[in-house]
Design a protein around this ligand. Structure first.
Ligand code: IMP
Ligand code: MG
Length: 185
């Protein structure tokens, strides 16, 4: 059996560190969304945010609803093109009552989250905020500051805890740096 761990150059964020990060973000969300006038809807951006979202929603104590969107940025390999395509949209009749919190795995160029935030506001959302597990600020193509950030990381291609390269490595329980020879082959 192929051991995917052999493709990992180093572990950047361990399971224990991820748990602490998720606990901290959940407490921040509880603090900010505790009002009775809030209808918090976590929007999981498939597929990369699936694991983060699953862990985060279990730790949030205020009432939450969940929804999913699927967004792809055209492009192959480790570079995104900046063009966003929504292949699974939000379909709900109460958009103007919802306080959406978009849950993302990682911000790179900033294109995905800046586009999605504008998109949900245009659709009439009551409020839209963003939460990302990882942020690579050095890679921004468009200015974007998320409301909740797990941790900033250097400009390395990372996998695990939901993040993929060519659809692989999502199930690894840590965030690791992928060996460059895997994607430069
Ligand atoms: P952005 O639109 O450039 O900010 O791209 C964000 C998306 O690119 C993320 O949701 C990921 O799907 C993908 N991405 C960016 N960097 C990485 C990485 O290091 N590993 C895995 N996916 C990444
Ligand atoms: Mg993603």
């Amino acid at each position: 059996m192929r051991d995917l761990k052999n493709d990992v150059a180093s572990i950047l964020i361990s399971e224990e560190q991820l748990d602490k990060i998720v606990t901290r973000i959940a407490a921040d969300i509880d603090r900010d969304y505790s009002g009775d006038d809030k209808k918090l809807v976590l929007v999981c951006i498939l597929k990369g945010s699936l694991v983060f979202m699953g862990d985060l929603m279990k730790k949030i104590k205020v009432p939450v609803e969940i929804d999913c969107m699927k967004v792809s940025s055209y492009g192959a390999g480790t570079e995104s093109s900046g063009q966003i395509h929504i292949s699974l949209d939000l379909i709900r009749p109460d958009i103007n009552e919802c306080d959406f919190l978009i849950i993302e795995d990682i911000i790179d160029s900033g294109c995905t989250l800046s586009h999605l935030t504008k998109y949900l506001k245009l659709k009439g959302a009551k409020s839209v905020k963003t939460c990302t597990l990882l942020d690579k600020p050095s890679r921004r193509k468009v200015e974007f500051i998320p409301d909740y950030v797990g941790t900033e990381i250097p400009d390395e291609f990372v996998i695990g805890y939901g993040l993929d390269y060519a659809e692989m490595y999502r199930a690894l329980p840590f965030v690791g740096i992928l060996k460059p020879e895997v994607y430069t082959k």
